[in-house]
Design a protein. Structure first.
Length: 96
């Protein structure tokens, strides 16, 4: 498999829709460390399953985040860096 995205991806809005699709696409394209971030934890668990279907070896971090809260955003990045050491790609698809 081509490793288009070696490194660490952080995706907000990952519980559904475009964000979920992007997270799965990263996994398909060889990004094996992905932080899935959203306010909808059950949606995140669904995305995690989809990611692991296409990339069983992937390391997935599920992060609850309320992006309207600055503190939550800081913690989201902090938790991701704590687990994976870095963030290479950040995709912000959360919105309403
Ligand atoms: C959370 O995600 C699940 C799974 O996609 C969805 O069924 C549910 O409606 C979502 N909840 C909210 C509050 O958006």
């Amino acid at each position: 498999m081509a490793l288009l995205f070696p490194g660490v991806a952080l995706v907000t809005g990952a519980a559904s829709g475009i964000g979920q699709g992007i997270a799965v696409a990263f996994a398909k394209d060889g990004c094996s460390r992905i932080a899935l971030c959203d306010i909808n934890v059950s949606g995140l668990e669904e995305t995690k399953l989809l990611v692991l279907q296409v990339a069983p070896e992937a390391q997935v971090l599920v992060v609850y985040v309320d992006l309207s809260k600055e503190q939550d955003v800081k913690e989201m990045v902090h938790k991701t860096v704590q687990k994976f050491g870095r963030v290479d790609y950040a995709v912000n698809t959360a919105g309403m």
